[in-house]
Design a protein around this ligand. Structure first.
Ligand code: PBG
Length: 321
């Protein structure tokens, strides 16, 4: 038997590159942005060093600088919140204005928008909370609001809406509402397997969406479960999702792998805010170490089976690819 010497394929970088199995390209990267109401706002985010909340006229030059960018995921941070999140579907709301401005300048950019209530409700929950029931959400009432939000994003020009509230039936409700209003070509990227995760902490600081009481465990998934993630994804596909998502990414690589084996729709993974902050902390200002960490993590997410990755490192990564 000849000696199998795997090192032969590893010894030189040109051979290593030649046989490498996983490729991370600019088309795989989705860059999230936080858009704030107001003029000339560029407000650094303490828990996510290097990122800012931007008002619309500052968002545009930032996208312009991100050469090779193919898609963005937009989050709105409204001026006013209320009990039921009504500012989320205002015709001239912060996110609706942002979508219009971005599509006007970057027609080919794929604009995806987060559809949820948590940044727009005073209590910070992703749905409408029933009176006197603690943190229980009223799914039917929430679905009505989510469909209004999705339609308002489609009207403003979003290519894909991304429901992230984890309400049962949200994909179906949104698909039907979009079709009824004539937005048959607006797609749905569903946050299908979204775990209740402590890794969303920094995001909630950014959006001011930390629940004022209770937690999100009644609607987001229990991280002890894997079969349930497959059921969530199957159901969303059945309801009309065009693209499905697993989140968070690093603590769900097994779920990404399983989903890729089982389903044949495009699969997205969300490298969430806490994963961003973790790398920033570990790199501690050392740019080389940071780059190595970012590429290792994102390539591993790709290797596990994700077709797309939402990552706050998007702009930096695009420079390297
Ligand atoms: C809205 C939403 C959240 C994230 C994406 N969409 C927050 C949450 O569910 O609490 C988290 C993203 C991140 O942590 O980067 N529901």
């Amino acid at each position: 038997m000849p000696l199998v010497k795997l090192g032969r394929l590893r010894g030189k970088s040109r051979v290593r590159n030649w046989v490498s199995e996983t490729r991370l390209g600019p088309e795989h990267i989705i860059m999230p942005y936080f858009v704030r109401e107001g003029r000339n706002v560029n407000e650094p985010i303490p828990s996510m060093p290097g990122l800012s909340r931007l008002s619309v006229e500052n968002l545009l030059p930032d996208i312009r600088k991100a050469r090779g960018i193919k898609s963005v995921l937009l989050f709105g941070i409204p001026k006013a919140k209320d009990e039921s999140g009504t500012t989320a579907y205002k015709k001239n709301g912060v996110i609706q204005k942002a979508i219009k401005a971005v599509k006007a300048e970057f027609g080919d950019l794929i604009v995806i928008t987060d559809v949820c209530l948590c940044a727009y409700t005073t209590h910070g929950h992703c749905g409408i909370v029933k009176k006197n029931t603690g943190d229980a959400v009223d799914t039917d009432a929430t679905l009505k609001t989510l469909t209004k939000i999705a339609v308002s994003h489609a009207e403003a020009g979003a290519d894909f809406v991304a429901p992230s509230a984890m309400m049962d039936g949200e994909v179906k409700a949104i698909r039907e509402a979009l079709d009824k209003k004539g937005f048959k070509n607006t797609g749905i990227l569903a946050y299908s397997a979204k775990y209740a995760s402590a890794f969303y902490g920094p995001f909630r600081d950014v959006a001011g969406s930390m629940p004022r009481f209770g937690d999100r465990k009644a609607y987001q998934m229990d991280y002890r479960n894997s079969n349930e993630a497959m059921r969530e994804i199957a159901q969303d596909i059945e309801e009309g999702a065009d693209i499905v998502m697993v989140k968070p990414a690093l603590s769900s690589l097994d779920i990404i792998y399983r989903a890729k084996q089982k389903f044949d729709v495009p699969l997205c993974a969300y490298n969430v805010s806490g994963e961003y902050s973790m790398i920033k902390n570990l790199a501690n200002g050392d740019k080389t170490r940071e780059k190595n960490l970012i590429l290792e993590v994102l390539t591993s997410i790709k290797r596990s089976g994700a077709d797309f990755i939402v990552t706050y490192f998007g702009k930096e990564v695009l420079k390297w690819l």
